[in-house]
Design a protein around this ligand. Sequence first.
Ligand code: DX5
Ligand code: ZN
Length: 226
Amino acid sequence: MSKTKIAPSLLAADFGNLQRDIEMVNESDADWHHIDIMDGVFVPNISYGMPVVKTIAKHATKPLDVHLMIVDPDRYIKTFAELGATHLTVHYEACTHLHRTIQAIKAEGMKAGVALNPHTNVNLLKNVIKDLDIALIMSVNPGFGGQSFIENTYEKIHNLKELIKESDAPTLIEVDGGVNSKNAKALIKAGADALVAGSFIFNTEDPKQTISELKKSTDRWSIFEL
Ligand code: DX5
Ligand code: ZN
């Protein structure tokens, strides 16, 4: 049984000590560095851009899980590949030719992901699910860290898992927004494979310890086999 992936969101890092926080993630039990790119158009907020991603890539030793919350993401696929992204996730709501976008991401040698806003039905992924490495379910409205988890996420994960099984697709389910120690286990039970957490990790005294506890508490072996 594959292990749950934990992806700390660097949006909640201390940007005055970015190298320190990236190194903390390197040394921790985390699996991916989650990188949120916001353009102030698709979402109301602007996060950070290429020079910051370049710095993250320079110090990071784990896969770079890049989440694009931008309009017309096709414009930047090549740029993120060159910057060292290993996973590139675009929003369903931001893509007119989603199938083409997914193929373009793969053509650059990256894993392809599609994110769904809380109001977007998971069945809309039916015709591309076999091509997807990652389906990211937003459990908050994208744009900000530190928001409250939306409860209908469990049902969406469950339905998406059914779709993945029916289609015999290789897709991992990633959940992003308001993830913490209270909902993590239930998210894995519902069918999630990867959890993004920002404020829950970085707002604690010992983020490395928090990551380790999150990783242990979501160990699929202990959840499903004991
Ligand atoms: C929200 C971003 C998230 C965010 C999560 O739009 O996609 O990755 O950093 O932050 P928390 O875990 O604080 O909800
Ligand atoms: Zn994100």
